[in-house]
Design a protein around this ligand. Structure first.
Ligand code: HEC
Length: 105
């Protein structure tokens, strides 16, 4: 019986530790859309060299590319630190953008 409770407690804390699955779309809205929305400065500046300039309309974004740009920065886009967006959050955002991109090919 004691073993059972220990196992149950272990499972519970493992679940709490992992938290709910992260919502890449909600995180994109929270962390990126202020610059990458229709009127954002990211969209404006990307429009000088990429069509369409909105990330949500692109058909060529891979998760690896998105994560790299976000961490390292690119041109006028500042690097986004782990304090602002954690690795787990960035993975969720990058996967969301890659999935979304597939629908625009
Ligand atoms: C402070 C404004 C700002 C924020 C916040 C921002 N970006 Fe950007 N982003 C830019 C700008 C500006 C560019 C264009 C850089 C250039 O070409 O000089 C850009 C470019 C990019 C590109 C490159 C697209 C390409 O094809 O070259 C990706 C990918 C990207 N951003 C992803 C993200 C993600 C993901 C987030 C949120 C985690 C984010 N950005 C948050 C401003 C921002």
């Amino acid at each position: 019986m004691k073993v059972f409770w220990l196992a149950a407690a272990g499972l519970l804390s493992a679940r709490v530790g992992m938290g709910a699955p992260l919502d890449g779309q909600a995180l994109f809205v929270e962390k990126c859309l202020m610059c990458h929305g229709k009127q954002g400065m990211g969209t404006g500046l990307l429009g000088r060299r990429v069509q369409p300039p909105e990330l949500l309309l692109r058909g060529d974004l891979s998760a690896a590319f998105v994560s790299r740009v976000a961490r390292v920065g690119l041109g006028n886009m500042p690097a986004i630190t782990r304090g602002e967006v954690s690795d787990l959050q960035l993975d969720a955002i990058a996967n969301y953008l890659e999935d979304n991109s597939r629908q625009h090919r």
